[in-house]
Design a protein around this ligand. Structure first.
Ligand code: PEP
Ligand code: MN
Length: 337
């Protein structure tokens, strides 16, 4: 349920309504917009039986929110959320480019990539230290050693850094080294992990599950937010379909659908969506045109030697020419990078 206050409703009226809700054992989520304040109610609505907020001072109207996700819902928070990481922001007006290797393989590989992607316009360095691989015999990541290199790369370049976490232990360790944690597609519905990510208080990039609906995805975001961490960014990375020409099928329509349903920023990952280097550029352009707030792109100093996802990784030169091509698209959509 949301309670929409009248424009300019006095603070005392807002607080009176909020206290009444809290006294009934429900949670209040306040969204102060330019014009109006919206009071979101989270919890068991039946506890409010017999209470008519419509007659309270300063209240304009009361609307029920039928979706099960509340905090992630645009009805609760009509303005776009901006997530801040160090001196960069993810949200309106900016095209955030996250780039780097699939996996951190060595200090040299990461440092070299960090400087190359920064030069080309990226503001976040990505790289996996805990790799969720399909086969247990594939490279599993450098774990804490990789995280140390990430921190070193951040200090050397000024880039913000993001790493995937696959367990609660990885959250505790990675929180000491990185600016943003990534929950990967395979863990999108690992609810204990989502709750722990919420408790970490660190900005979270939540990737869409391999076969998750948008509704399931927004409910996964709600798990993180319900623990008090509202700095959640969504990442569309392709879903499983019957098509085999690409690794996954990029659901480009997810961008406008999410934009309508949620206030959270939206990133598109054309690398994992396609698995094919040649398709990264056209889908990056499509993502910007559809309204994405940013891109996540895999880049490697030697894709042919990469320990994972070489076929979808761009060389430094390819990444540099891609960002050059993307600048007019970003400008057309009112974004800077
Ligand atoms: C990744 O970004 O490294 C990754 C494993 O992606 P996804 O979870 O989307 O497969
Ligand atoms: Mn990868």
């Amino acid at each position: 349920m949301i309670i929409i206050m009248k424009p300019g409703a006095p603070e005392e009226a807002i607080q009176r309504v909020a206290h009444e809700i809290e006294n009934k054992g429900l949670q209040v989520h306040l969204s102060h917009g330019h014009q109006v304040t919206i009071i979101g109610v989270v919890g068991d609505k039946s506890k409010l039986q017999g209470v008519n907020f419509e007659v309270s001072e300063g209240v304009d109207k009361v609307m029920s929110v039928t979706e099960s996700y509340k905090l992630a819902n645009r009805k609760f928070h009509p303005e776009d959320t901006i997530v801040t990481l160090g001196n960069t922001t993810i949200g309106p007006g900016t095209l955030t480019i996250m780039a780097g290797p699939c996996a951190i393989e060595s200090r040299e590989q990461l440092m070299e990539t960090a400087f190359a992607v920064k030069k080309a316009g990226a503001t976040l360095l990505r790289g996996g230290a805990y790799k969720p691989r399909t086969s247990p015999y594939s490279f599993q990541g450098l774990e804490e050693e990789g995280l140390r290199y990430m921190k070193e790369a951040r200090e050397a370049t000024g880039l913000s850094v993001i790493c995937e976490v696959t367990s609660e232990h990885a959250i505790d360790t990675a929180s000491k080294y990185v600016d943003m944690l990534q929950i990967g597609a395979r863990n999108m519905q690992n609810f204990e992990l989502l709750k722990a990510a919420g408790r970490s208080g660190i900005p979270i990039l939540l990737k869409r599950g391999l076969s998750a609906t948008i509704d399931e995805w927004l409910n996964a975001a709600e798990y993180i937010m319900s623990e008090g961490n509202h700095n959640v960014v969504l990442c569309e990375r392709g879903i499983r379909t019957y098509e085999t020409s690409t690794r996954n099928t990029l659901d480009i329509s997810a961008v406008p659908v999410l934009r309508k349903r949620t206030h959270l920023p939206i990133i598109v990952d054309p690398s994992h969506a396609t698995g094919v280097r040649d398709y990264v550029a056209p889908l990056s352009k499509a993502a910007i045109a559809a309204g994405a707030d940013g891109l996540m792109i895999e880049v490697h100093p030697c894709p042919a030697c990469a320990l994972s996802d070489g076929p979808q990784s761009l060389t430094f030169e390819q990444f540099d020419s891609l960002t050059g091509e993307l600048r007019p698209y970003a400008e057309l959509s009112g974004r800077k990078f």
